[in-house]
Design a protein around this ligand. Structure first.
Ligand code: C6P
Length: 415
């Protein structure tokens, strides 16, 4: 008999997420295990956005009337909550974007465009999401610098010895995922940042899969840039964050041009706005930034460290149960302490899409495919994985349910 050790009152938490209480097919309750793709939203977030549209929908930073002032205050409050969450030195270092993808593209197209030249090197990794590979490849084609990749070991860790071999005085930037969205590997970013800084290179961290699940302190890490998305941390889609050290952001040219990012415009030229608005052209995602602030409140109220402990307990249980199912392989570190709440599975006899389709009939939502990490899958010579990913509202029973459904997959393909 298993003892389930979790610091969270999961049943109480589940009450805050209306979407979880439904039958996805008649008599089949939803088991949502696709949290790495996007998380569900608590009532407080949904209601905060609803309240904005019902009571004070107005543009921000523009009107002098009460409703616009209220909207501006609520929008900027979202920023303050993010700055506190990641321990940024100032709200000026917190830029709202549309998501991690846009945050990383912003760094490439502003910092990268002025700082990289032919002969330079940007180091990424083989386990990156495409959004931390492709922007660098596009820019490299235009400028002529080189993109090199830290290889991964068989057990899904970064090969740190190889990384040290790649680091030389041509390297201008190291850009790496904090947590892999496929294997869950928690990368040693502090060590990477120290080593890169010692060689005079900057470091950008893709925190899409870390901020929602563990405490992140950008000042303690000493990273130069840090990108993440609201929708994976209980907030809405359409808003994300780029943290950047103020000195870098001050020196960088703007990303998009338009309203709000300027102080003064003349036909012969323009003067940019102060940080962070210099990087926020056009009407931003106002309701979304407000909703994100409520998501941060919710995470803080539960406690991010407790959420992390809960997910590690779920992952340990999932890995143990999966090891009992013949013909199932899970990518990444075998030790749950080294990984976030992700289990990307390869089944001997069934394609990942068939696995996901059969799991779906049992109400279990997992993602199948390459998860926007094709180079990682190429490394392991597999086309696709079926990925289960956990969050604060998932239960041990749900993992049992997934395991039962995996036996159905095996029976189906044994025939
Ligand atoms: N990964 C997944 O199912 P956006 O789409 O911009 O919010 O986030 C992009 C992104 C960047 N880095 C990492 C590590 C990510 O996991 C993601 C999003 C989702 O794994 C959708 S592909």
């Amino acid at each position: 008999m298993h003892t389930f050790d979790t610091p969270l009152d999961v049943e109480a938490i589940r009450e805050d997420f209306p979407i979880l209480h439904q039958e996805i097919y008649p008599g089949v309750p939803l088991v949502y295990l696709d949290n790495a793709a996007t998380s569900q939203k608590p009532t407080s977030v949904i209601e905060a956005m609803d309240d904005y549209y019902r009571r004070y929908n107005a543009n921000v930073h523009r009107g002098v009337y009460k409703m616009s002032e209220d909207a501006t205050e609520a929008y900027e409050n979202g920023r303050k909550k993010i700055a506190t969450l990641i321990n940024a030195a100032s709200t000026r270092e917190v830029i709202f974007t549309r998501g991690t993808t846009e945050s990383l593209n912003l760094v490439a197209n502003t910092w990268g465009r002025v700082n990289l030249k032919p002969g330079d090197v940007v180091i990424s990794t083989e386990m990156e999401h495409h959004s931390n590979i492709v922007p660098w490849q596009i820019l490299a084609q235009q400028i002529g610098f080189e993109v090199l990749y830290i290889p991964i070991t068989e057990d899904g860790m970064l090969d740190m010895e190889a990384f040290r071999g790649l680091l030389d005085d041509r390297v201008r930037l190291v850009t790496v995922a904090h947590v892999s969205n496929v294997m869950g590997t928690i990368n040693p970013v502090k060590e990477i940042i120290e080593a890169a800084h010692n060689m005079g290179a900057l470091v950008a961290i893709d925190g899409a899969q870390s901020v929602p699940h563990m405490l992140v302190d950008v000042q303690a890490l000493d990273c130069d840039f840090f990108a993440f998305s609201s929708h994976k941390m209980l907030g809405p889609t359409g808003v994300g964050i780029l943290y950047g050290k103020r000195t870098h952001l001050e020196a960088m040219p703007p990303f998009l041009g338009g309203g709000d990012m300027i102080k003064r415009v003349e036909l012969t030229g323009s003067q940019w706005n102060d940080l962070p608005w210099k990087f926020e052209a056009g009407t931003p995602a106002i309701a979304e930034a407000i909703g994100l602030g409520y998501a941060v409140d919710y995470l803080n109220q539960i406690g991010i460290e407790k959420i992390h402990q809960h997910e590690q307990a779920l992952t340990a249980y999932a890995l143990e149960r999966l090891s009992e199912v013949p013909g199932v392989r899970v990518l990444g570190p075998a030790d749950p302490a080294l990984k976030g709440g992700v289990a990307a599975m390869v089944l001997e006899d069934a394609h990942a899409h068939d696995v996901a389709a059969i799991l779906d009939r049992a109400g279990v939502a997992v993602r199948a495919g390459h998860h926007c990490a094709m180079p990682l899958h190429q490394h392991y010579h597999i086309a696709a994985t079926a990925r289960a990913s956990f969050y604060l509202y998932n239960t041990f029973d749900e993992i049992d349910h997934m395991i039962e459904a995996l036996y159905t997959v095996k029976e189906t393909f044994a025939r």
